[in-house]
Design a protein around this ligand. Structure first.
Ligand code: BES
Ligand code: MN
Ligand code: ZN
Length: 485
């Protein structure tokens, strides 16, 4: 575990690397002015050569051994008007530069944005992540110590508590998403939920396949039918006595999506171990909610199964009855996420929470619309949509509100049942959201389609290529904000 402490002033501190912020047009941020004074022309000449002006995303590593009590100074560009997410990204970009340095000191937390210290720690810690479990040669980060220059002990302790809970949760989700599909069968995720429940003092209910009929999980029964792996419905509960609200979170947990009988082509299957990202996000968020002892009632639901084309698989044309009793004609077995979510959303709605938020890698159409780094946001209630938008903005995750037009509902009309599980190609993500809307009743509900950002396409600031855990920070912030109201 990386040790994080309050450090003294710049003149007394020493470390392998010192990280300081620079704003646009090379305006020195906190601590960078001191460095510039100490180094004089050496620094300006060096930065001129690199053409480093302090624009957001730029990082310059300056060797200064002998001139200062640091081996290197790392200047982080934050642009003209940094915000909290800009600072988190800057800290992440700097974090990438110090993975070989055991000791780091920084003044980044002195930048004047809301919750600066938490953002800096999140950015630096998130950027150290590696998934090298399956490599014979591992190259873990060597970062051991972060000192926050001129910070107050108690403020550091609180920032560390928040940042660690968040980063541990995001990294748990990243690990689960990156894990190969054979290593994360539904029952393995049940084990993960069991550990989270035991360690966090959460209540856990797991519905096993022999209970699915009785529980009327028609959607889960249909999708699980083609797989040899027993499915499960995981329900984790955090019910503190001082609860100030009730939030239900629901995550799609398809541990591998082959498409079922409507089989995907090989290239489209390559990333389908990540189709349980929503469930990973829900499990991870529950872990953080427990660790932070947030005074909110939270129920986390994850329907987990594999979508396979085995001999027992559901067929195009089959009709399913998810938990709320509405009937669904399955015309494409590759539109499986909405089927398992139908059961989980119905189950969540029965508890009448103040809000349901689901996260799902639901449609390939969503990244077509928004690209890979923005999630789509739908909902049946303006206040619910606003709460999630606000939480995402504060957490630094990009979401975009999308429409749920009732005049598109006929896109999912079926010839034989209450609805079908497909629709026209155009508006594919909207058609999917309209389908989910049939299962939440009157409960305020928001839906995050994370098909794009669940998997980060490249190494960038604090993001690491692969499973991202996108959604954890938004859900956690939503729950925190619920506690604060
Ligand atoms: N898991 C996929 C959606 C997906 C695609 C996520 C690409 C991430 C990247 C989902 O189950 C699916 O297959 N959706 C279909 C729906 C269609 C059959 C109506 C899709 O998007 O093509
Ligand atoms: Mn699918
Ligand atoms: Zn899927």
């Amino acid at each position: 575990m990386i040790d994080i402490t309050a450090a003294g002033g710049l003149a007394e501190a020493s470390a392998d690397a010192l990280i300081v912020p620079v704003l646009g047009n090379r305006t020195w941020g906190p601590g960078a002015d001191w460095v510039a004074e100490q180094l004089g022309d050496y620094l300006t000449d060096f930065l001129d050569e690199l053409d480093f002006t302090g624009k957001a995303g730029a990082v310059a590593a300056v060797p200064v051994r002998g001139l200062l009590e640091f081996k290197r100074v790392i200047l982080v560009g934050l642009g003209d008007e940094p915000d909290t997410e800009g600072l988190r990204q800057g800290a992440g970009a700097a974090g990438r530069k110090v993975t070989r340095s055991p000791g780091v000191a920084t003044t980044l937390h002195q930048v004047d944005v809301p919750a600066a210290a938490v953002a800096v720690l999140e950015g630096m810690l998130l950027s150290q992540y590696r998934f090298d479990k399956y490599r014979t040669e591992k190259k873990p980060s060597k970062l051991e110590r972060i000192g926050l220059i001129d910070a107050e002990e108690s403020a550091v302790a609180e920032a560390v508590r928040r940042a660690r809970a968040t980063v541990d949760a995001v990294n748990l989700a990243r690990d689960l998403i990156n894990e190969p599909p054979a290593a994360k069968a539904p029952q393995a995720l049940v084990e993960v939920a069991t550990t989270i429940a035991e360690e966090g003092g959460l209540d856990l209910t797991v519905y096993q396949p022999d209970q699915f009929e009785e529980e009327r999980f028609g959607g889960l029964i249909g999708v699980a039918a083609g797989s040899h792996q027993p499915a499960a419905m995981i329900v984790l509960r955090h019910e503190p006595e001082n609860a100030r609200g009730f939030v239900a979170i629901v995550g799609k947990g398809i541990v591998f999506d082959s498409g079922g009988l409507s089989l995907k082509p090989p290239a489209a299957m390559e990333a389908m171990k990540t189709d349980m990202s929503g469930a990973a996000v829900v499990l991870a968020t529950m872990q953080a909610v427990a660790a932070l002892e947030l005074p909110v009632k939270v129920v986390g639901l994850a329907p987990v199964t594999e979508n396979m084309p085995g001999g027992g698989a559901q067929r195009p044309g089959d009709v399913l009855t998810p938990r709320n009793g509405k009937t669904v004609e399955v015309l494409n077995t590759d539109a499986e996420g909405r089927l398992v979510l139908a059961d989980a959303l119905s189950l969540a709605a029965e508890e009448e929470p103040d809000i349901i938020v689901d996260a799902a890698t639901l449609t390939g159409a969503c990244p077509v619309a928004l690209g890979e780094k923005i999630a789509g946001l739908w909902g049946n209630n303006d206040a619910a949509i606003e709460r999630v938008s606000q939480a995402a903005a504060e957490a630094g995750e990009a979401v975009w509100h999308m429409p749920l037009p009732s005049y598109y509902r006929k896109n999912i009309d079926s010839d034989v049942a209450d609805m079908k599980n497909t629709g026209p190609r155009y508006g594919g993500s909207i058609n999917a959201a309209l389908f989910l809307n049939e299962f939440v009743g009157d409960v305020p509900w928001a839906h995050l389609d994370i098909a794009g950002p669940a998997r980060w396409p490249d190494d960038e600031h604090y993001q690491v290529k692969g499973g991202s855990g996108f959604g954890v920070r938004t859900l956690l912030r939503l729950i925190e904000a619920t506690a604060e109201q």
